[in-house]
Design a protein around this ligand. Structure first.
Ligand code: GLU
Length: 391
């Protein structure tokens, strides 16, 4: 049987595929150190787990509203009031089955054939496939180390066309850890809103910022932006809740209602006990968030220091939990590209990493430092040894 034609250009998520491969190798008894998965290695904080257990014990086993239970929507509304001074109504909020599904449903709700979405590269691996699965065309804007991997307003203006429906901003960025300043975001928004487009801002790493950096969401820069920006977010990265699958989307009411409609015809509500857990995460103490952030910061400095032993160039990431070094000094000889290099490193060093090509930037490799100090030390020591064999 022929599968759907729209699936032909789509590959499985590289981040998930490589993480799964590393897990499979570990299960076979192979001593793999994985710096591939972008997920906190901490357990979900206790009070959040307790809220889910209580929900189960209290009999919350059934469906909730398809777009999320009112208590969770209210917790999301409080979060944005508190953190960003944004005031949303419940009709402008949708709780989704993870941050990725918020993006997927948003694409399904707003895009179709002929539409274009501007995506700065390096980008998170799933943005282009999500756009393509909605029948639309990703328009990639290549950025480089020189600009901190940030798209300039001029680059954006050049990429905008009558077909542009949306622009994706992800700050802090996966995979580079780059953060747009308030001024940079304002300049991008100004360029974007010369046309009738939506900005999609993926704010999933908003709490993971270092070196005194300030996170800003473009939605909060001007009162009128709230109706032109969709914020994509979730509990996964902030509260070490990747497996709970709770995301949330906030934005113009007609967009949120369209996403809710899709959800009512596809997933129904996100897992009910997980929604209770998300309420506890958003409303409860934020102390564990700061503790985890400090641990990531320490590991960030550690991996930066250790990478100094390799022939790579990399600037300190200011957010998220990834480093994205330029490995081009090792390419062009025996190993041609980042995919070949990551395959070699997995095979020889037993270190799992994600090739830059999956993020639209050849020559780079992404390492997640959301893992223990020991793993980071061991991984870089192995890399050093295996890369020496290449030279
Ligand atoms: N966002 C994380 C990553 O980039 C999790 C895996 C995924 O969904 O891509 O590794």
């Amino acid at each position: 049987m022929e599968l759907a034609a729209r699936l032909k250009p789509i590959k499985p998520s590289a981040t998930l595929a490589i993480s799964a491969k590393a897990k499979e190798m570990k299960a076979q008894g192979i001593d793999v150190v994985s710096l591939s998965a972008g997920e906190p290695d901490f357990p979900t904080p206790e009070h959040i787990c307790e809220a889910a257990i209580k929900a189960i014990r209290d009999g919350h086993h059934g469906y909730t509203a398809a777009d999320g239970m009112p208590e969770l929507k209210e917790a999301v509304i409080r979060k944005y009031r508190r953190d960003s001074g944004l005031d949303y109504t419940p009709a402008q909020v949708v709780a989704t089955c993870g941050g990725k599904h918020a993006i997927y449903s948003l694409a399904q709700a707003t895009l179709g054939p002929g539409d274009e979405v501007i995506i700065p590269a390096p980008y998170w691996v799933s943005y282009p496939p999500i756009v393509m699965l909605a029948g639309a065309t990703p328009v990639i804007v290549q950025t480089d180390r020189g600009s901190g991997f940030k798209m300039s307003p001029d680059q954006l203006r050049e990429a905008l066309s009558d077909r542009t429906k949306a622009i994706i901003i992800n700050s802090p960025s996966n995979p580079t850890g780059g953060i747009y300043t308030k001024e940079e975001l304002a300049a991008l928004a100004e360029a974007a809103f010369e046309r009738d487009v939506l900005i999609w801002t993926d704010d999933i790493y908003e709490k993971l910022v270092f070196e005194g950096q300030q996170f800003h969401t473009v939605a909060a820069l001007k009162p009128e932006y709230k109706d032109r920006v969709v914020i994509l977010n979730g509990v996964a990265k902030t509260y070490a809740m990747t497996g709970w699958r709770i995301g949330f989307l906030t934005g113009p009411e007609n967009v949120a209602r369209a996403v809710a409609k899709i959800q009512s015809q596809s997933t129904s509500n996100p897992c009910t006990p997980a929604q209770f857990a998300a309420v506890a995460a958003l409303d409860g103490t934020q102390e564990p968030v700061e503790e985890m952030r400090r641990a990531f910061d320490r590991r960030r400095l550690l991996i930066m220091e250790l990478l100094g032993k390799l022939n790579v160039t990399v600037d300190p990431p200011l957010g998220a939990f990834y480093v994205f070094p330029d490995f081009s000094a090792y390419l062009g000889g025996r190993i041609k590209d980042s995919a070949g290099l990551c395959a070699y490193l997995l095979d020889q060093a037993k270190v799992a990493s994600v090739p830059g090509v999956a993020f639209g930037s050849e020559g780079y490799v992404r390492f997640s430092y959301a893992t223990s100090d020991e793993n980071i030390e061991e991984a870089v020591a192995r890399l050093e040894k295996s890369l020496a064999n290449l030279g």
